[in-house]
Design a protein around this ligand. Structure first.
Ligand code: MG
Length: 365
């Protein structure tokens, strides 16, 4: 980066957004902040504005369009959660602005449209999610890569019985052993739906068929993911579990800086790494995500919407943990998939599925 990179952050008050600002704080001579957008936390947003001095701030969804139309941006970090990330990301891509992407829904709901547009406008989409960031770092020549290997920590129920998992409380589901994240993604990590969504993201980001994307459980979260080349060579990316590293990689790509580097990596201290096959009987969400991904069209938007509503119902204490999967599967099975949908059709499906899911939950409880 020979000159300051002009950056905006959508979702600056969330988990990824606040960590991104910690990174930028360490690399102040590398960045100029154009805009910060927060969801609801007005107090934190104004504290951030006072400290980082952006050109402007935006609260809520309404102002996002302004940011994405602001061609002064070299890069926008899309760090909000939920479907509100999708339209602004598309707008920014149309304006030729590079994207550091932390928002899962963008690719899960509309991966085909987003990646096609990015190609048309010659826009880089650099993933922030630690697994995809790892794969991005491993790939030198994508045409020689045979397989992607995505690691999963397995969440808090990895070695608990199915019975214990079925009756888990919200508190137990939120007690993730390795990563501190927002509530929605933490519950998704407990059911492994997070891994399911990541398979779909990986398919779109790297253009691999679903049968060339493998999941392996790795409880220590040191190997963040790997790729296998056609000759059987495996390249993995390792590091201590910290979201600062993938965030920093994504916003400074292709350069690297010391930045927020905490402590040096020691193989000897880690001593051993474990891997195991995922238990699809206990975590059927992964199978469901493969099915939705292979089906394509609106299947993945349906999966995402039904799952998210079910997760909210779980967090509200309305349903049990395992019911998130059961309800999602039930709603998913009734969905009539639209192939090659438009963005409007995707949002229409999202809305309908959310309503159906809420109605269904109200009916059974
Ligand atoms: Mg991840």
């Amino acid at each position: 980066m020979d000159k300051k990179r002009k950056i905006s952050i959508i979702g600056s008050t969330g988990s990824i957004g606040t960590q991104a600002l910690e990174v930028i704080d360490k690399l102040q001579d590398k960045f100029e902040i154009i805009a910060l957008a927060g969801g609801h936390n007005e107090k934190l947003l104004s504290e951030q504005a006072a400290k980082f001095n952006p050109k402007y701030t935006v609260l809520g969804e309404a102002g996002l369009e302004r940011i994405c139309n602001d061609k002064e941006n070299d890069i926008i970090l899309v760090a909000c959660s939920g479907k509100i990330g999708l339209r602004p990301t598309l707008k920014a891509i149309e304006n030729g602005i590079d994207i550091a992407l932390a928002n899962k829904e963008t690719l899960v709901m509309a991966g085909d449209i987003v990646m096609k547009k990015a190609k048309e406008h010659n826009v880089n989409i650099v993933p922030v999610d630690s697994e995809h960031c790892a794969i991005h770092q491993c790939i030198k020549d994508i045409s020689q890569v045979d397989k992607l290997i995505i690691t999963a920590s397995g969440g808090p129920f990895l070695h608990k019985s199915l019975e214990e998992m079925k009756n888990a409380s919200v508190k137990e589901a939120l007690a993730h052993p390795r990563w501190h994240m927002g509530k929605k993604i933490t519950v998704d990590s407990a059911t492994l739906m997070n891994k399911g969504l990541e398979i779909i993201e990986a398919h779109h980001l790297f253009g691999f068929d679903y049968d060339k994307i493998e999941v392996v459980v790795h409880p220590q979260s040191i190997v963040h993911s790997a790729i296998e080349y056609v000759d059987g060579s495996v390249i993995a990316q390792l590091g201590l579990p910290s979201m600062h590293i993938p965030i920093q990689y994504a916003i400074t790509y292709p350069d690297r800086f010391e930045g927020i580097k905490s402590k040096s990596f020691s193989f000897a201290e880690i001593a051993h790494l474990d891997f195991e096959k995922p238990d699809f009987e206990k975590f059927p969400t992964v199978k469901l995500a493969y099915h939705a991904g292979k089906t394509g069209g609106t299947a993945t938007a349906c999966l995402n919407a039904a799952n998210e509503e079910a997760v909210f119902a779980f967090l509200d204490g309305k349903i049990k943990l395992y019911e998130i999967y059961e309800i999602t599967q039930k709603i998913y099975d009734t969905h009539k998939v639209i192939q090659n949908p438009t963005i409007d059709e995707i949002f229409e499906v999202d809305k309908e599925i959310r309503e159906q899911t809420k109605e269904y939950i109200a009916k059974i409880h």
